[in-house]
Design a protein around this ligand. Structure first.
Ligand code: AMP
Ligand code: MG
Length: 494
């Protein structure tokens, strides 16, 4: 039975033709289903049986177009590692349509790796199995951790080879997002000086993603304000979890505030602020600690793109500059407040006192100096908060004296808390995951999948679905890499 997408709409392709191209996925020879996300499927009115059926697999491989879909590739520009590329676009991604989910939200459903488009430049339009499984696992883990993110609906192997550094099996990932609008979409239109399209795009983004914000007479400023807030929250969440995105180019920053484009991303193991994972990030532009800066840099590019619209809305150029700058200036205070709030939760602190930021920073500095695993250390702190012996933490540090002293400071500060001990322990449990998608585990899972064994993928995926729960039979997945597993670099994801 051919499958049908229900409640499907195509609001994006009502926008001017400049913004997209109609395309068809390129069929593959031997599609085979690798993974399905049952709960997400249900939200999208699709059943597991539909996806696993041969007709379903054909749809998510790009071999047939389901009823209700109207495939397009989106156009965008972008600053990549600081350099403007005026013409990017979905070179290997094809949007099938927007499904209004059971929760009433509108979701883009996109095939990633489904063949060439007019925006492919020299690329093959394909994705390799490893990066597809990596994106599937990490995006689903991020969702379970509570971070806004694109989701993964399913992954299908193509039965064909793709050629990267070495030949690899190909795969198609079905990615689901609140929208695939990026900062680069706005740059694309602004570069072409098409003010009408810029205005329509801005109104579209606001209506779709921030419908509750009143526009105060300026759609452009309202959008910049909303995206700034969303990105401040998002990056604070990343920083609290130790997540490194790896390629924060403007084409990889979503207007929705979702984490998007999982390429060379990774979670920190030992806390090391300057850490990068991408093999192409030779100057450390997208190092862990630089992420708030990069977010603000990208927002500044969005502000520049919106500038002519603010002028069109009736401000002179000097005024427009001041107004846009005021929005951008809000980023750091918002980011800092959100980040500090998350750090306090990690420490089980509900009150806000003047010394909290220093208390948290001193712990981070000790972790950096002692090369301590970020996630494990905070999780052990939960145990100590619940009465475990301090040695579970001090044992992680080469210098137990210094951390011992820090623990006494923390204990002293905790005594000022009004909330019951149990409530604070619960707060800490919910802020300090036991399980993150550790790079060495992802690599193991991919290696097994390349041998045709999806069982390790399934196990890791299931454990990561409940990251804040102690799962005693999965202790191995909570541990940091051993010496021999350390220093994995991830590749560019392409
Ligand atoms: P990314 O680094 O994945 O964000 O991709 C940057 C740009 O390159 C986007 O416009 C992608 O669509 C495009 N791209 C990446 N990989 C490929 C590929 N294999 N074939 C065609 N285009 C690609
Ligand atoms: Mg991208």
């Amino acid at each position: 039975m051919p499958i049908t997408f229900k409640q499907t709409e195509h609001s994006y392709s009502q926008l001017p033709q400049l913004l997209f191209a109609r395309v068809q996925p390129t069929p593959v020879t031997q599609p085979e289903l690798l993974a399905v996300n049952d709960t997400l499927a249900e939200t999208l009115h699709i059943t597991r049986n539909e996806i696993t059926s041969p007709d379903g697999v054909a749809v998510f491989a790009g071999n047939t177009i389901p009823d209700g879909a109207e495939p397009i590739a989106l156009a965008y520009a972008g600053h990549q590692f600081g350099h403007l590329v005026p013409q990017l676009g979905d070179g290997r991604a094809i949007l099938l349509g927007e499904i209004i989910g059971r929760d009433g939200k509108r979701y883009d459903v996109q095939l990633k790796g489904a063949g060439r488009t007019p925006y492919s430049r020299r690329g093959d339009g394909r994705a390799a199995l490893g990066p597809v499984l990596r994106e599937y696992l990490v995006s689903e883990a991020m969702a379970a951790l509570g971070v806004p993110t694109t989701r993964s609906l399913c992954a299908v192997a193509t039965g064909e080879q793709v050629y990267r550094e070495i030949p690899s099996p190909g795969a198609v990932l079905t990615r689901v997002a609140l929208s695939h609008l990026r900062v680069g979409t706005f740059e694309y239109v602004a570069l072409r000086r098409d003010l009408d399209t810029l205005e329509r795009l801005t109104n579209y983004a606001l209506a779709r993603l921030y419908p509750d914000r009143s526009t105060n007479g300026s759609a452009a400023l309202t959008l910049l304000e909303a995206v700034t807030e969303a990105q401040a929250e998002l990056v604070a969440h990343w920083m609290a979890l130790g997540f490194v995105h790896g390629v924060m180019n403007t084409d990889n920053m979503a207007i929705s505030g979702e984490t998007i484009d999982y390429g060379p991303c990774a979670f920190l193991d030992t806390y090391s602020p300057e850490r990068t994972f991408s093999s192409i990030d030779v100057n450390g532009r997208y190092a862990f600690i630089n992420q708030p800066n990069c977010a603000q840099w990208n927002l500044t590019r969005l502000a520049e793109a919106l500038f002519p619209l603010v002028v069109k809305e009736g401000h002179d150029e000097a005024e427009a500059t001041v107004l846009l700058n005021d929005c951008l200036k809000a980023f750091y205070p918002q980011y800092t407040a959100a980040y500090q709030m998350r750090l306090r939760c990690k420490l089980g602190l509900t009150l806000e006192t003047a010394d909290d930021a220093a208390l948290a920073q001193d712990l981070l500095t000790l972790m950096a100096n002692n090369k301590v695993d970020y996630t494990l250390c905070f999780r052990r702190l939960v145990d100590v908060g619940e009465g475990a012996d301090a040695s579970v933490i001090t044992g992680l540090f080469a210098d137990p004296e210094a951390i011992g002293e820090w623990l006494r400071r923390w204990d002293h500060r905790s005594q000022q808390e009004p909330r019951a001990h149990a409530a604070r322990a619960a707060l800490m449990r919910g802020a300090n995951p036991a399980f993150i998608p550790r790079n060495h585990r992802i690599e193991e899972v991919i290696a097994a999948a390349l041998q045709g064994d999806m069982a390790p993928f399934a196990r890791l995926h299931a454990v990561l679905a409940r990251p804040y729960e102690d799962q005693l039979d999965a202790r191995d997945l909570a541990l940091p890499p051993g010496e021999e597993q350390w220093d994995h670099r991830t590749f560019c994801g392409t």
